[in-house]
Design a binder for this molecule. Structure first.
Ligand code: DC
Length: 212
């Protein structure tokens, strides 16, 4: 069983995907981490993530980088979004994601193009979204909770701008843009808390599995 979970930045798709994987006892991959590793490795090489050759050269990042907390930073998210526009980068990361999806026992993958490119054959496709304002607020509260920033240091409006920019880049890129697969179930979590969002998604997944 393959479950594809796509959606924009800070939609809560990662938390939901992880819980869905645990619920069904299948493996989970946050594919954003692969792009984050490429973006970070590009910067560590002294390269520019907007440059296709620099980003491609960073695709052989060491596996240990995937466990580095630096990948979770806002800055790395921006580097990842820039590095991910290059078709060569997406091609270089394809096999790894495809092999993960096809493993025995099933898998949940979250990202931007899982239901459209990596696993168009997924048994269940979800597209998790929420309004820009709500996603920015969640990201901001998370940063404050994790002591990454305090309220005065980073205004909410700055996070909102970052979310809008990231959406624009992810949606407008030519290769594998962020979009819901035609057969994806779209779940808007704007007015749901984490528990309600998980329940809504679980119900949708169970319905889809029962129907197939
Ligand atoms: O999900 P995330 O915020 O960790 O992703 C960081 C960036 O990586 C995102 O802005 C675009 C890119 N990405 C992608 O292009 N395709 C994916 N499947 C996952 C992430």
């Amino acid at each position: 069983m393959i479950i594809a979970v796509d959606g924009p930045t800070a939609s809560g798709k990662g938390t939901i995907a992880k819980r869905i994987a645990a619920h069904f006892g299948v493996a989970y991959l946050d594919t954003g981490l692969l792009y984050r590793a490429v973006g970070r490795q590009t910067a560590m090489n002294g390269g520019d993530p907007d440059n296709a050759a620099d980003a491609l050269a960073a695709c052989d990042f060491p596996d240990e980088l995937m466990d580095d907390d630096i990948l979770r930073s806002e800055e790395t998210g921006g580097l990842a979004s820039r590095a991910s526009v290059h078709p060569g980068v997406r091609k270089a990361l394809f096999e790894r994601q495809r092999a993960f999806a096809e493993q025995d026992g099933g898998a949940v993958l979250d990202g931007r193009d899982i239901g459209t490119v990596i696993a168009p054959d997924a048994d269940v496709k979800l597209f998790i979204t929420a309004s820009v304002q709500e996603r920015a607020k969640r990201r901001w509260l998370e940063m404050i909770a994790k002591n990454i920033a305090d309220e005065d240091e980073i205004p909410l409006s700055e996070i909102e701008r970052d979310v809008v920019n990231r959406d624009a880049r992810d949606i407008s890129r030519k290769d594998a843009p962020l979009k819901a697969a035609p057969d994806a179930m779209i779940i808007d979590t704007t007015s749901l808390d984490q528990e309600q969002a998980f329940e809504a998604v679980l119900e949708a997944v169970q319905e889809r599995i029962a129907a197939s």
